[in-house]
Design a protein around this ligand. Sequence first.
Ligand SMILES: C[S@@+](CC[C@H](N)C(=O)[O-])C[C@H]1O[C@@H](n2cnc3c(N)ncnc32)[C@H](O)[C@@H]1O
Length: 874
Amino acid sequence: MGKAQKKTGKGRLDKYYKLAKEQGYRARSAFKLIQLNKKYSFLETARCCIDLCAAPGGWLQVASKYMPPNSVIVGVDLVPIKPIPRVVTFASDITTPQCRNLIRGELKDWKADVVLHDGAPNVGTAWVQDAYSQSELVLMSMKLAAEFLVKGGTFVTKVFRSADYNNLIWVFNQLFGKVEATKPPSSRNVSAEIFVVCRDFLAPKHIDPKFFDPKHVFKDLSASLPEEGDKGMSSKNYQANVFQPEKKRRNRDGYDDGDYILFKKAGAAEFIRCQDPIAFLGSINKFTFDTEEEKEWLKMGVTTPDIVANCEDLKVLGKGDFKALIRWRTNLREELGLEVKTKPTEELTETVQITEEVDEEVEIQNELERLNAEAAARTKRERRRANEIKQRTIQRMQLQMTAPLDIGLEQTDAALSLGHDDVFDLDNATKAMGRKGGAARLAEEDDAESDEEGVAEEADEDEDGALDSDEEEERKVADLEAQLDGLYDAYRDHLRERDAKYKVKEARKNAKHREEWDGIKEKGSDDESDESEEEGGWDKFEATKERAGEDSSSDEDSSDEGEDEASRTPAKKRRIAGDAPGEARSRKKARLAEPPSAAGPLSRAAQVWFSQDCFAGADVDVSDEGSEGESDENEDAVSDGDVQMEPSEDEADFEVVPQEPDDADEGMWDVEDENQDEIKQSHINKHGLITPEAVTIAQQLVNREKTRTHLINDGFNRYSLNAKDDLPSWFLDDEEKHYKSNIPVTKEAVAALRAKMRALDARPIKKVAEAKARKKLRAAQRLEKAMKKAEGVNETSDMTEREKAKQIEKLMQKGAAKKQKKEVKVVVAKGSHKGVKGRPKGVKGRYVMVDSRMKKEVRAQKRRERASKKRKRN
Ligand SMILES: C[S@@+](CC[C@H](N)C(=O)[O-])C[C@H]1O[C@@H](n2cnc3c(N)ncnc32)[C@H](O)[C@@H]1O
């Protein structure tokens, strides 16, 4: 760890890595201490700090920056730490007495206000051992802290959430007043590390050595070690996690012992032979086919290429893929003779009949009872299914997603699917169309219907005859489905909990939905729709039509008057008009006829759609779909006398709505478009072109390979109008990943983006940039000074022109030249001179005392310079 690791791994070059580089910190971990200190403020008041396991020195740099000047800072690590101003460092193992003595020698009688520990043993293959060493390291660091901390001091340590965690916290609580565990934002989510800040050291006179004895503190460690063959599902209740995700979060035992890796592989054989496939699937990332037996399975027909691909990365699978894997497991188990095919119920019944000699009547009676029970179960199931459909419909209606007309059809559809309603039952259809009561009423009717269905179903049962032998199979599949649902939900919860990116994605998705809902709401939220009904929006619309039929050339004044009058019409009067048989339908239309101001803005998708040229003149169609522009005009044309008129069936069509798109409306759309453009422009200004797709399109636009029209046309593809109603969420999740158009990316665009990123990366770090700027400033100041002096010389009269010129030239040369630094002698105190204060004997002028390391570094520097000069000469 001490050695600088190659920062090439995916995710390692994150925000904090870049920040650390920019701000001159040696390790990104520096930000963990900065964030911990921001929360608990222990560095600002500390005068003495010990950093255990400090290499490469990120925390030491932070301590040196945040602690008051002249405070004592000591850093220890197994590996040497490059010098840091104001910090004393040495290389030692913190678990040894030698390290303790070194610290004691450095601090003398001082006590530390803060002891930091960010130790991590080098992680290798033996995870359990490593985890134990980590806990042991924490205990050792606490032992040192207990010795060197002042009463009331602070101890900050890193621990891993393992079975030892609670034991450690218990020990901390015995020695400190306040103990808090926290994970700073800069600590990676994927890391099991957590930081414990122990404040208010109690400094007891005597501390039982058992507190620092790993054997004693972690007594039950061996008991909780994972057993062999229990991989992936050891003592932890994956099953519970999968099926009761809400309980999962309350599992405070931390990570499984030895289960600190996030990526887990397992042989396919383990999956095939395990007892709990669901839990196994939830805990493993990849199945391998390494053994001979597993390789044989690859050749078998049941192991399709899809299955093999699914085994590659289980974490990206959707519910369908999981199901396929479970099916594959079942098939393979049957092939291997691990599982016997379940026989149909009939077969089983037959066997019973042969073995038992039962009286014929009793047998018939039993058979009847069995059939009745099965029929009842089936009816119940059907009813539940029908109810589910209804529930969904009601929900959709409440959310204003469905017009009552659709519900009528849907209800009929549901009935059809149950197979007992006449397909062409016009009565029913009319009833459905005439429904007025909204969701609540619908629910009541539905209940009644479902009961009827139940009865009808029971009656039909005899005709259906005996249950099919697949009943058992069906139940099994249903169980499996339920299990998979649970698993998928758990998997999503799991993702949500751990993955910040996923959270952002979800948030974006929600935002998108919200936007869409706005669009729907605008068509009429619950309240609005009721109001609009009461206010007679539809009546106005009908009246407009009526009027238009009579006199399509009615002048503007009269229409204005009409509007006023309509708004004055008492609600009661208008309600009478609204009591038409197709009221529910009319309610929807009334909403459509509302003015845009009342209805709110269109959703973005709708704006784009209706902003197309083709809608400019197509008034009729647009009004049918609820365009606001239209409704505005409709309102203009409303006249008072017609409000009470009952629209006939024929008139209820949308054919005769005379209107000319007026300038005001056009203006309105233009303004909206401008806003859109502004928003887009500001977004681009803020973020720039950050994806290769965007750069490709931008280049194509600049090179005139594409026009705006092309882009708009491209926007309407088979992915753009994708109906999502009634689709399960897991399916939509899956679709979202793949069901989208692929925007082509050119090599040039990628190259341009790469160049941009490279330029960003090549930017000098902050300190270098500052130093350069300082240098420039000083040069400018020198030049200015020289210029002033030159002016002075120029103005003197006692010099000849020649002398003046010479003098000015000299001044300017001096001004342009770099200021010579005064030479500083580097003095190394050796032997008896070590630690002697004051000017060393025989040293004149400026000097600096250094340790032998610095001298070596100066020599190395000179050596490098010489070498580079030589190379240049060659
Ligand atoms: C994560 S690094 C510390 C980073 C440091 N806090 C920083 O900001 O630069 C962990 C360090 O613990 C050190 N370490 C591990 N075991 C140790 C031991 N027994 N004694 C001293 N240092 C140890 C490693 O050498 C490694 O440098």
